[in-house]
Design a protein around this ligand. Structure first.
Ligand code: BG6
Length: 518
């Protein structure tokens, strides 16, 4: 710290509360609602980021009264909340909750929902603004949006005078948040985009990727474009390669039913990992507007060199974990997990090597890996720079110079470090690697946010910067489709091929080793 300045400069300005809004959550009794959505809404309420004219309508199949729903949501909020609960805030928040029971396929549900929206809108003056959050199975996304449309609930603005809909409230904005996975391949994603597009304008669709709610992911853009010193060296002249790891030490746990039909590639690559690739690889946008940022991100994915089938064999590795031990946890093989086929061919690990065909990145490989039951939970981006062009230290113990690395630590130990060589104290010239380190925790304290707060707030104020536009989604699926095709036509013969608690199968170690600092 220089100039005796002990406290970092933090912008203490808090954003204004979002405008009036009705938050309608489909899947109100599900896991996502209790673990993330309600705690996030509570955090927004506690931080003063919600309007006085805010209300929640939960929609689900369970038989519950509004009172029971309120009780359940508040109990769960306490259970899944990492912030200290203020009982007065919680009570106020609960008093704005309502519940509508129904079958998502039944048009009558949407008629009753429309009535409840009118009634709550009237009581709470939410301005007819509705955010529909689809925290439901992806197989229902199209159906729910179609039904919302048919019931006239996605129409924005006042109903046309004299139309049959004049008995409905004057609508404000209508937005829909769609959870991942967005399709399971190029074709199904295109079909889902068409389905949503036949009811909603693109500006009403908010495709969520919770990675974009992480402070450290958002910080990649700030790091690159709010500092003058990194951008000039952020290209193929100075960077040797980029490695992105999203490793999880947990296995598939109770999610076998979903995961066995998805696998690591679909579950993680076109969304979370490609967000990181895009943030690291994009050009500077002309402004911080949603479309300016999203234009540049989509361009990166479109510039990824298409993989021909023979490229897939060399540049993509899949794995499935077998039994093993992580810390003192004994891990059962993936194939023995609940709801997983005993002869499953689903991959729980994937590593890829991709090239980006543009002037900035020509010749710079991007290595990606992600998987379950790996030795530790860590998400990081390693930018490895080219070595010094010439070793000044020939004939000394330092003939071999390690390359500099910039490590963007996304989680869990959030921060950024720059690794470089320094002279070890002593009579001889010897070098060792040292780190210049920035830690979020040291500077700003730990965070107790879920990551969904920013995303929900942004949707309420109509800022789509942190949401995926249709072209990004399609470009992502285009990159992985050849891998899906090749893997489908050549079922793996060696699964399980890595021991839980190791860094994937040997072929992945080999691919990864090509980009290691040695
Ligand atoms: C989800 C995947 O989108 O992201 C999960 O479906 C994965 O399989 C999770 O575990 C990882 O998220 P995080 O925030 O824990 O890195």
């Amino acid at each position: 710290m220089t100039d005796g300045q002990a406290v970092p400069q933090v912008d203490a300005n808090s954003p204004a509360p979002a405008g009036p809004c009705l938050f309608v959550v489909f899947g109100a009794t599900g896991d996502l609602t209790k673990r993330k959505l309600m705690p996030s809404l509570y955090n927004l309420a506690q931080g003063g980021h919600l309007s006085e004219n805010f209300a929640v309508i939960g929609v689900a199949f369970d038989e519950l009264s509004t009172d029971e729903f309120r009780r359940r949501m508040t109990e769960e909020d306490v259970q899944y909340q990492s912030n200290k609960i203020d009982p007065a805030v919680l009570e106020r928040f609960a008093s704005r909750m309502h519940y509508v029971k129904g079958d998502f396929h039944d048009p009558d549900l949407y008629r009753r929902l429309g009535e409840t929206i009118s009634q709550v809108d009237h009581e709470c003056q939410t301005g007819g603004n509705c955010l529909f959050y689809l925290a439901i199975s992806p197989t229902l996304f199209g159906e729910v949006v179609r039904q919302l449309g048919a019931a006239g609930l996605t129409r924005e603005g006042a109903p046309p005078a004299g139309s049959a809909a004049t008995d409905m409230p004057a609508h404000g904005w209508r937005r829909v948040i769609v959870e991942k996975p967005f399709g399971r391949d190029l074709e199904s994603a295109a079909a889902l985009n068409r389905e949503l597009g036949s009811v909603l304008d693109e500006s009403q669709i908010y495709r969520i990727d919770h990675y974009l709610g992480k402070e450290t992911v958002q910080n990649i853009l700030v790091f690159r474009f709010a500092n003058g010193i990194f951008e000039p060296i952020w290209n193929h002249r100075y960077i040797d390669h980029v490695r992105i790891t999203v490793a999880e030490s947990l296995g598939v746990e109770e999610r076998g039913g979903y995961y066995d039909h998805s696998g690591a590639l679909r579950d993680m690559i076109p969304n979370h990992l490609f967000q990181l690739v895009a943030m690291v690889g994009m050009e500077s946008p002309i402004s911080f507007d949603a479309d300016a940022v999203r234009d540049e991100k989509a361009k990166v994915l479109r510039a990824i060199h298409p993989l021909a089938p023979e490229d897939v064999l060399q540049n993509a590795v899949r794995g499935q974990y077998g039994a093993g031990k992580i810390g003192d946890r004994q891990i059962i093989p993936y194939r023995s997990a609940p709801q997983v086929a005993p002869d499953s061919h689903t991959e729980t690990f994937v590593a890829l090597r991709l090239m980006i065909d543009n002037w900035r990145w020509a010749g710079v490989p991007f290595y990606l890996r992600t998987g379950k039951c790996l030795p530790e939970r860590v998400t990081e981006v390693v930018i490895q720079f080219k070595r010094a062009p010439f070793s000044l230290f020939r004939g000394t113990p330092v003939e071999h110079l390690a390359a500099n690395q910039l490590v963007l630590r996304i989680q869990p130990d959030e921060g950024i470090s720059l690794r470089f060589a320094a002279k070890l104290p002593g009579l001889e010239v010897r070098t060792g690697g040292v780190n210049m380190d920035f830690s979020y925790e040291d500077y700003f304290g730990g965070t107790t946010m879920t990551g969904y707060e920013t995303l929900i707030y942004d949707c309420m104020i109509g800022d789509a910067t942190l949401f995926q536009r249709d072209d990004f989604v399609m470009a992502g699926w285009s990159v992985v489709q050849p891998v899906i095709d090749v893997w489908q036509s050549l079922p793996p013969r060696d699964f399980p091929n890595y021991t839980a608690g190791t860094w994937g199968p040997p072929a992945a170690e080999k691919l990864w080793a090509a980009g290691r600092n040695f």
